[in-house]
Design a protein around this ligand. Structure first.
Ligand SMILES: Cc1ncc(C[n+]2csc(CCOP(=O)(O)OP(=O)(O)O)c2C)c(N)n1
Ligand code: SF4
Ligand code: SF4
Length: 615
């Protein structure tokens, strides 16, 4: 059956068609749609699948891994930086192995589209000594998902599927199973303490030898089943051989066709483990071997050969994502193409400058108001603002954030900043999703070591940034951030976001007084209950439908609202004064008081009474 699918949907269908009935993951672009689509398929076809968001990637991996140890077919999904979090479990899982097939799906993001690093999950697979499959297209992603589960079962080790963003989010007409005959395996844990609970040194040393034997066997399998048939099919008509992994394979084919160049091309479907000797023996017939892969030079480093050209040799780009222009330039450098750069983007003179539009918080997002209030109460000169990863990271453009590292780091960095800068007030911010993910251990650390800072938990009861996935608190009301904090023996100061800015400011002034009082010591935690404007389940309970407009007589174009408050509907008109775009304004009313020094924001009576939309 043919079906147009996005890569992540293809992976989800691949899991279902591989009879995977336990999928556990943590959201993160570009991987998030995989688990969400499994959830949809489960509902549509009424399938008995466990498909749930875990509290973080390590937890997600471990849930799936225990299922695979019990003989079930399972999968864990995450983005590449999530694999850092799950890596502790992965490293040991590779020693111990599994019985049922387990697919670890780690989606990479070459080009940093929505990630803080460009790291290469294939390198992690090599580090853990597990095989990795690198799809070039959504069709590959579907096929390799099914194949990866089988491979994992055959060799009793987790197998990694490493799609990149251009595979996750590309759409393609896919050939897939027309019918879903879902036949999951029953879980049957077989007690085997020596295997499942092997301890150093005796148990793990033996398993270490098994890891080496297993990876050697997979290497040989890679040659027999993947690489040898591809090398045997080459024409040998060109002196150039191209080894292409992931999207590189698709880009190479298009580039060669565009430039009308003949070359032998081998797709490297499993970039680790590679049978080096067998591969380099095939280099004899060629003058040059170009490696096209992303983002790191993994294949190039593993094959290390004088005829090899790629990122390390400076022939291919070193950073940023794959594009045809990079391959054209490499072909020029190697002397196989002497024509013009047909991919160079033309410069078009529009006659005006297109203003930059950096990512911004949504109109009406409460994060904006809380950051504005923080800056009003805890003045920049006397404060340090460590923050975290979530929608609120976008408050960077308000000047309300001084540091971002990785999920959960705001809390431990607040500890570090407070120790290193005792003359400053450290005001850290973190979302509820990130607090559950990895914010709790550093807070425990700060409590028992008595580190002095303020932590503001921005609790919108969702993981907004990656598509509003669930947080534990949302669907399990017994999970209460305040009680978690109080369980550490400290008070959780509660505030409910108000569209009246002065109320937010007054609350934080009280917090400042408590924090500065001689009796206070250690971390002071605040939980601000708020909402996400895209959260349709809760939005109407929060939005007061107070739409704003600007009194042109009062606006002095001081820039305060466009630089410190920064709500997207606020823009300059032809007279250089601020106007509010009525179609962008969300009616949150947040800007009506305090924000404008000349009080130019006022209620748009017509729109606020619904008049603008009446017949
Ligand atoms: C280790 C890791 N996993 C996943 C992500 C993807 N990610 C970015 S922000 C975020 C969570 C944001 O949720 P929350 O802290 O509740 O803030 P909100 O977006 O709701 O304001 C996630 C999962 C990441 N950056 N790093
Ligand atoms: S998606 Fe929600 S939390 Fe994120 S910026 Fe928009 S309103 Fe704020
Ligand atoms: S009322 Fe003001 S703060 Fe709220 S969305 Fe409209 S312009 Fe932005």
């Amino acid at each position: 059956m043919k079906q147009t699918l996005m890569g992540n949907d293809a992976i989800a269908w691949g899991l279902v068609h591989a009879n995977v009935d336990m999928v556990s993951g943590y959201p993160g672009t570009p991987s998030s749609e995989i688990l969400a689509t499994v959830q949809k398929i489960k509902q549509q076809l009424n399938l008995p699948i466990y498909a749930e968001w875990a509290t973080n990637e390590k937890v997600g991996f471990e849930v799936a891994y225990a299922g695979a140890i019990s003989g079930k077919r399972t999968a864990a999904t995450m983005k590449q930086v999530g694999l850092n979090v799950a890596s502790d479990a992965l490293m040991s899982a590779s020693y111990i192995g599994n019985l049922g097939g387990m697919l670890l799906i780690s989606a990479d993001d070459p080009g940093f589209h929505s990630s803080q690093t460009e790291q290469d999950s294939r390198v992690f697979a090599k580090f853990a000594r597990i095989p990795v499959l690198d799809p070039a297209t959504p069709q590959d992603a579907y096929d390799m998902t099914r194949y990866g589960v089988e491979l994992s079962e055959r060799f009793e080790v987790p197998v990694m599927l490493r799609p990149v963003m251009r595979v996750d989010h590309a759409r393609q007409i896919i050939e897939m199973e027309a019918q879903t005959h879902f036949e999951p395996k029953a879980g049957q844990f077989q007690r085997n303490v020596a295997r499942w609970a092997g301890v150093p040194r005796a148990g793990r040393l033996r398993q270490g030898h098994e890891v080496l034997e297993r990876i050697a066997a997979i290497e040989a399998y890679n040659w027999e089943h993947h690489l040898k048939p591809r090398f045997d099919a080459l024409t040998g008509r060109s002196k150039l051989l191209i080894l292409a992994g992931g999207t590189g394979y698709a880009f190479v084919q298009e580039t060669l066709a565009d430039l009308k160049i003949e070359a032998d091309v081998v797709q490297i479907e499993m970039p680790y483990p590679l049978p080096r000797e067998a591969i380099v023996a095939r280099f004899e017939a060629y003058d040059h071997v170009l490696v096209v892969e992303e983002p790191y030079p993994l294949i190039e480093e593993d094959l290390a050969h004088p005829k090899l050209y790629g990122k390390k040799s400076g022939t291919m780009h070193r950073i940023d994502e794959m594009k045809k222009e990079h391959i054209l330039i490499a072909l020029q450098k190697l002397g196989y193409y002497t024509g013009p750069n047909i991919y160079e983007a033309p410069t078009i003179d529009l006659g005006f400058e297109v203003p930059e539009r950096p990512p911004a918080l949504c109109p009406g997002c409460p994060h904006r108001d809380i950051y504005y209030a923080i800056m009003k109460v805890f003045k920049k000169k006397r404060s340090i603002y460590p923050s975290d990863i979530g929608c609120y990271t976008l408050a960077l453009s308000q000047g309300a954030i001084d540091s971002i590292l990785c999920m959960g780091a705001s809390v431990a960095m607040a500890s570090g900043f407070s120790l290193a800068n005792p003359d400053k007030t450290v005001v850290a911010t973190i979302g509820d999703g990130t607090f559950f993910h990895s914010g709790i251990p550093p807070l425990l650390n700060a409590v028992y070591q008595d580190h002095r800072f303020i932590l503001i938990i921005l609790d919108n009861s969702t993981i907004a940034m990656t598509g509003r996935q669930t947080t534990p608190e949302r669907y399990a009301p017994s999970v209460d951030i305040a009680r978690i904090v109080e369980g550490m023996g400290i008070t959780c100061h509660e505030h409910t976001y108000s569209h009246e800015m002065q109320e937010n400011i007054d609350f934080l002034k009280k917090i400042k007084t408590i924090f500065e009082s001689p009796e206070h010591h250690g971390p002071l935690v605040v939980r601000v209950r708020q909402f996400c404007i895209l959260d349709t389940e809760r939005r109407d309970d929060w939005i007061p439908n107070l739409f704003a407009e600007v009194d042109p007589e009062k606006c002095v174009a001081c820039d305060h609202c466009t630089t410190v408050y920064k709500c997207p509907p606020m823009a300059y008109n032809a007279e250089g004064k601020i106007e509010i775009d009525p179609f962008l304004c969300a009616g949150c009313g947040g800007c009506l008081d305090v924000v404008c020094p000349t009080d130019a924001f006022q209620l748009d009576q017509l729109k606020s009474s619904g008049g603008l939309f009446e017949e």
